[in-house]
Ligand binder design. Structure first.
Ligand code: HEM
Ligand code: CU
Length: 488
């Protein structure tokens, strides 16, 4: 490359390419906003049906459950990629073509997945647990299962391209992944400036997703063959290991991409730039390794899985996400404390996202304990914990990013925005707490039909879900009315 020498952290894109790319990022964010709202309405429908407000036929319920699960996971990836790309492109030269290609794969995949579910009746859950896709007992056809699997595969291919591109761009700028992870500063005594937090987080998200998506593609392909030629069998325990390695890493990486919004935007409010301190670098490196090995916590009920793997799953459940969360939470409090911060909706969403992530990890750790998991595993405790850190953590980061984009275009916060913020935060916390309480009462998860004694909590859950949805509709409307000017 013969580009002129430039300071390591100087922007590498010109103003015009930046505004073109910003258009694609705004499109990503706009689609993310809309899909979040739609899938939350799906969630509300499920909760209202469990509550007996109206009745979804069970087959429809499981279709919606499948769509809500796979849709939320995929769209979180898209929204996370938007945050990562927007900020990472300030430091390294990313390919706009790949950004567009990922979106095309995504949309094609979504069409297939939606068709498989709502036309084909596929309802095996987003985790397409082997051999369920091929054993529908007549509920859906092999063609529907195959369509779903191919759709998810297409989405995966798009993301794989994107992460290969971020990896390529990072290596070509920093020389090696180790340097982009700050190894010389973390483990050596280099006094050179460490890579900025955005680069560190993006490097981790890219590194962990490449094997995760590759493994996902393997099991999707094997399941596809099994759906079309049932004589071809796969070891079910191996299949489950592959699926959860992929699923755990991918969904966690959405948090690691989205938290970049906190690193980049909050300093604009506090006036204190976020630094890659030594603990910060060590934490990200530690989490990168642990997140790859913690997934056996999804297999505690699989007694045939090797005990050592499950023990590893338990221990790492206590430690895997903690380093990054701890350095981020402590630094957030430190940066915000006495900074004279002005609490716009953007800043408030980003701040709350760190609280939501922190709070959600506590019931997650409880569930990651084998002795407790034996009791709680298939209860609503599980959706209870992940709705906290996904909705009040990761999704809050992404909406914070959207408010940031909109307010950069002069959109002032209104009283309605502030009301929506509180509806989202308080409604979301209450909604998830009802799940936790239901789990503590051993109410099972993934049941379309609930027994009479559970209905009271279900109604409460549906009521709080409605509040969240109302808040999110405000968020989304605000962003979409501004999105066109962001891309201009
Ligand atoms: C208003 C917001 C939301 C509502 C009302 C809602 C509602 C629900 C309900 C009722 C379930 C099924 C619980 C059961 O097993 O009985 C569920 C599952 C789930 N939700 Fe949500 N949800 C919301 C937001 C989110 C968000 C933001 C995410 C992720 C970004 C998410 C991801 C999931 C996942 C992965 C499942 C598990 C699906 C499965 O068991 O296969 N949800 N949600
Ligand atoms: Cu997990």
């Amino acid at each position: 490359m013969t580009a002129p020498a430039r300071a390591l952290d100087a922007p590498v894109v010109t103003a015009s390419t930046e505004s073109q790319a910003r258009g694609v990022v705004a499109l990503y964010a706009g689609i993310t906003a809309l899909v979040f709202a739609l899938l939350m309405v799906f969630g509300l429908l499920m909760r209202a049906s469990q509550a007996g407000v109206f009745t979804l036929p069970p087959d429809r319920f499981y279709q919606i459950l499948t769509a809500h699960g796979i849709g939320m996971v995929a769209i979180s990836g898209l929204g996370g990629a938007a945050v990562m790309w927007y900020f990472l492109s300030r430091y390294v030269a990313l390919s706009r073509g790949i950004l567009i290609a990922n979106l095309v794969f995504f949309l094609l995949g979504v069409v297939l997945v939606l068709g498989a579910i709502f036309i084909g009746g596929f309802a095996a859950g987003w985790t397409f647990l082997y051999p369920l896709p091929a054993r529908s007992v007549g509920t859906w056809s092999a063609g529907a299962a195959a369509t779903y699997l191919v759709g998810v595969l297409l989405v995966g291919v798009g993301f794989l391209l994107l992460f290969l591109d971020t990896t390529r761009a990072i290596i070509s700028k920093y020389g090696s992944l180790g340097k982009a992870l700050g190894w010389p500063q973390a483990f050596g005594n280099s006094t050179a400036d460490p890579p900025p937090p955005t680069v560190v987080a993006s490097t981790v998200a890219s590194i962990i997703n490449i094997p995760a998506i590759a493994v996902g593609a393997v099991i999707l392909t094997l399941s596809l063959v099994n759906a079309l030629a049932p004589g071809f069998a796969v070891n079910a325990l191996l299949a489950k290991n592959l699926i959860y390695f992929f699923g755990h890493v991918f969904i966690n990486s959405t948090i690691y991409m989205s938290v970049i919004a906190v690193y980049e935007i909050l300093p604009q409010y506090t006036g204190r730039p976020w630094k890659s301190s030594k603990p910060f670098l060590l934490a990200w490196n530690a989490t990168m390794l642990m997140v790859l090995a913690v997934y056996p916590h999804h297999l505690f009920m699989d007694y045939a899985n090797p005990t050592w793997a499950n023990v590893l799953g338990q221990i790492l459940s206590y430690t895997s996400g903690l380093p990054v969360l701890a350095v981020t939470a402590v630094a957030t409090l430190g940066y915000v404390n006495r900074s004279g911060i002005k609490w716009s909706v953007t800043a408030a969403l980003l701040f709350v996202s760190i609280l939501g992530w922190s709070v959600g990890v506590i019931p997650a750790i409880v569930d990651g304990t084998i002795a407790i998991n034996r009791v709680m595993h298939n209860t609503l405790w599980v959706p209870g914990h992940f709705h906290i850190y996904l909705m009040l953590g990761m999704v809050a980061m992404q909406f914070g990013f959207m408010y940031y984009l909109a307010s950069n275009r002069g959109a002032a916060d209104t009283a309605l925005d502030r009301a929506a913020f509180w509806m989202f935060v308080l409604g979301g916390l209450a909604f998830a707490t009802v799940f936790l309480a239901s789990g503590a009462m051993s109410i099972p998860r993934r049941w379309a039909v609930h027994l009479a004694p559970w209905i009271g909590l279900d109604r409460l859950g549906a009521f709080f879900a409605l509040i969240v949805v109302a808040g999110v509709v405000v968020f989304v409307t605000k962003f979409l009315t501004r999105a066109r000017s962001i891309s201009a």
